[in-house]
Design a protein around this ligand. Sequence first.
Ligand code: FAD
Length: 445
Amino acid sequence: MSSASLVWLRDDLRLADNPALRAAIDRNEPVVVLFILDEESPGFRPLGGAARWWLHYSLASLTERLKSVGASLVLRRGPAARVLHETVTDTDAGAVFWNRRYGGAERAVDAALKDALRAEGREVTSFAASLLHEPWTVRTGGGTHFSVFTPFWRACLALPAPRAPLPEPRAIDGVRRSPASDDLDDWKLLPTRPDWAEGLRETWEPGEPAARARLRSFLTEDLAAYDDARDVPSAGSTSMLSPRLRWGEISPHTVWQEAIAAEGAGGFLSELGWREFAWHTAYHRPDLATRNLRREFDAFPWPRMKPTHLSAWQRGETGIPFVDAGMRELWRTGFMHNRVRMVAASFLTKNLLIDWRHGEQWFWDTLVDADGANNPFNWQWVAGSGVDAAPYFRIFNPELQAKKFDPQGLYTTQWAPDTPRTPIVDLGETRKAALAAYDIVKRVR
Ligand code: FAD
């Protein structure tokens, strides 16, 4: 008996190199393509504002692409356990396909759904698509997971190479009567009052075709300078692929395959390695976004937070030009250069002595690439509480960082030409206070 095949897309908003979509097509039955906006399942983190903006346009682009090959995108909203089940019943799908996710709450939902659908006699198959290596396949000699990047990446490189990307489908046999779908506009993912997204619109074009074009232009125009210039925020020499990888508009396999064919891609590929490391860490430590990975940091004596300090940092009004430039770039474009992210995060956690979770939440709300693993992982890395983290006592001096990485002040002048002259805190005094606070952590170790 014929029955539809349902593909449930999540962090994989693409047609090319999409194993779940490919498997559904290969089953030779009409295909239903579903996306669920799930903000209700237990433990799910509501998307931040910039991520919602991105998601709107990425879904709009995907809808057009699917239409051009014969299928439509069904949009539904609510807890996935209920909504997927309803859609499967509505369409009488005999087989369900998805690409795996690795966050703790997401895995719990997916595992329960797999059991429930199989108990009804439906086929359910999941695939590896968002990471180069499955988290349980990269192990130390002792069989545990890695907590230091260099041996982790060495172990990844010793594994069989990531598979070749799958070709993009030319045609999809969509179901004749598509099930009811929400109207994307009704999800109200875009900001209206106020509409703060002008800078995002100027900077980005979400969607798979733009992601592919950006990979191509990065490899031909920027890769050669990457190793030398990746730390210089005014150079514009990094790939800007992070929001695309976050939403899966392009797969890491595609990036890997095309980059490895280019000369001198090792440094760039190891950054993809940090993404793997962050996600593998999140898989093994699902409380990454809420708890210190190094538990001795639970004893860190965070002083009572000064809300004026937090808001000065958020608004780019700290009086430290390099930090202010980064925070304003973030507010305007939904992006901040990696070097400046590190300096701004260090300033918040060490000079202002504000708990990393406050900074992580602000980035979560404002970054277009806000990522469930990369964001908390990197915050903990800077704060010193993470795995393979920067030692706490290495406190970035934002003025020296600016001299080194923005010597002509190009970046600072672009984003913060009018920063206040007086810093809200004294860098030397606050550095001493941070080190004194850290002494308490050292004692409980
Ligand atoms: P490239 O230099 O071109 O790197 C290629 C890809 O490698 C990136 O797209 C990204 O997927 C990955 N990558 C690069 N650096 C890192 C890193 N340090 N950790 C993990 N993956 C990395 N990245 C996110 O994708 N989402 C986040 O929410 C995020 N939050 C961060 C918060 C802080 C405090 C810091 C210090 C870093 C954070 N990063 C985050 C990592 C990094 O800053 C961005 O991935 C990078 O700036 C994106 O620019 P790009 O795509 O041009 O990077």
